[in-house]
Design a protein around this ligand. Structure first.
Ligand code: DGY
Length: 319
C-alpha cells in the first residue's frame, strides 16, 4: 500500500519527526520558516495531510485555491484562529488540534508571568545584571503579593482550569467568567461570574485563557481595564488579539494596572516595540507550550489524529 504523503511545516520534536518518518512519506521543513500562502497552496496538491503550527495561515482565500488532494490539516496547536474553519469544512478538509496535552505547560508559564509581573522580575533582573544594584531599602522594588489574592480567570477551559489548580497552591481565591457555568467537580469551588464586567471588578490578578474569535477580539479594552481594581495585574498566555495594546499601555502608564505578563502579542513574531520601554511588562515570546515533554505530546497527538483519519476513524480531536 502506498504511504500517505505528509507535510510538516515546522521543525517539530525529534520524537515526532521520527514517528512521522516511520509511518508516512513525510517532508519536513527543516528550515523551520513559517509556511507561506503559496507553499500551502502548492502542498495541497502534493500531500494528503499537513501538520502545521499556528504560524501557518489557512485563510479563506488560501483554502479556496487548494487542490482536492489534501484531506486533513492536523494542527500542532490547541488554538486554531489561524485556520478559517468554515472554509476548510466547505472544502471537505478535516481539521484537528492538540488540546489537553499543553494545558499544564501553558498554566506553568501563566504562573511564571503572574509572579514575575507582580514582583518586578524584569527590572530586578536588569538592575542586578547591569551592576546598577547599589542600594537597598525597605521601599525598594515592593511588589504585589500573589498568595491569598483574588484571581479572575476569563475562559475556564482546560488551560484555565489547569491554571486555577496551580493558583490554589498559592491560596488564591478563584473567580471565573466562562460562556457556561462549570459543574462543581470542574469548578472546584471557584466563583462563577455571569459577565466579564462582574469578574473584572474583583480580579486583583486577571488571567486570559479564552480562544481568539471575532467575539473576543480586543476583549480587554479601555473600558474593561478601568473596571479592574486599582493596582491589578493582567496575564495573557492565550492570544494577543484579546488585548487592545494601546489601551493596555494607557492603563499601565496611569498605573491603574500595576503590571502585565504577556506571552502573546497582536503582532507575532516581534511583539509591540512600545512595550519595551515599560519595566512593568514582563514579556516572553509565545512559549507557553514550549517544554520538551509537551512538544512531544503535541506532535504525537497531531500524528494520532492523522493516523485515525487515514484508518477511517474519526480523529479524537476533530473540530
Ligand atoms: C497553541 O497551541 O495554540 C499555542 O499557542 C502554540 O501554538
Amino acid at each position: 500500500m502506498t504511504r500517505k504523503r505528509l507535510w510538516i511545516t515546522r521543525r517539530l520534536s525529534d520524537a515526532t519527526l521520527e514517528r512521522a518518518a516511520r509511518d508516512y512519506d513525510v517532508v519536513i521543513n527543516h528550515e523551520d520558516t513559517p509556511g507561506t500562502a503559496d507553499e500551502l497552496i502548492a502542498a495541497s496538491a502534493d500531500f494528503d495531510a499537513i501538520i502545521p503550527c499556528h504560524s501557518e495561515h489557512f485563510s479563506a482565500d488560501v483554502v479556496a485555491q487548494f487542490s482536492d488532494r489534501l484531506r486533513i490539516v492536523a494542527n500542532h496547536s490547541v488554538g486554531v484562529d489561524h485556520c478559517d474553519l468554515p472554509a476548510l469544512k466547505t472544502r471537505g478538509i478535516a481539521v484537528t488540534n492538540t488540546p489537553d496535552v499543553l494545558s499544564d505547560a501553558t498554566a506553568e508559564l501563566a504562573m511564571l508571568l503572574m509572579l514575575g509581573a507582580a514582583r518586578h522580575a524584569v527590572a530586578g533582573d536588569r538592575i542586578v545584571r547591569t551592576g546598577a544594584w547599589d542600594s537597598w531599602s525597605p521601599a525598594f522594588m515592593v511588589g504585589k503579593q500573589v498568595t491569598g489574592a483574588r484571581l479572575g480567570i476569563i475562559g475556564m477551559g482546560r488551560v484555565g482550569r489547569a491554571f486555577a489548580a496551580k493558583a490554589r497552591g498559592f491560596d488564591m481565591e478563584i473567580h471565573y467568567y466562562n460562556r457556561t457555568e462549570l459543574p462543581a467537580d470542574q469548578a472546584q469551588g471557584a466563583t462563577y461570574h455571569g459577565s466579564v464586567e462582574s469578574l473584572l471588578s474583583v480580579a486583583d490578578f486577571l488571567s486570559l485563557h479564552c480562544p481568539a474569535t471575532p467575539e473576543t477580539t480586543n476583549l480587554m479594552n479601555s473600558e474593561r481595564f478601568s473596571l479592574l481594581p486599582q493596582g491589578a495585574v493582567m496575564v495573557n498566555t492565550a492570544r494577543g488579539a484579546l488585548v487592545d495594546e494601546t489601551a493596555l499601555l494607557e492603563t499601565l502608564t496611569r498605573k491603574h494596572l500595576a503590571a502585565a505578563g504577556l506571552d502573546c502579542f497582536q503582532v507575532e513574531p516581534g511583539g509591540n516595540p512600545a512595550f519595551s520601554e515599560h519595566d512593568n511588562i514582563f514579556m516572553l515570546p509565545h512559549i507557553g507550550s514550549a517544554t520538551r515533554s509537551t512538544r512531544d505530546a503535541m506532535g504525537f497527538r497531531a500524528l494520532d489524529n492523522v493516523d485515525a483519519f487515514f484508518a477511517g476513524k474519526t480523529p479524537g480531536d476533530l473540530l
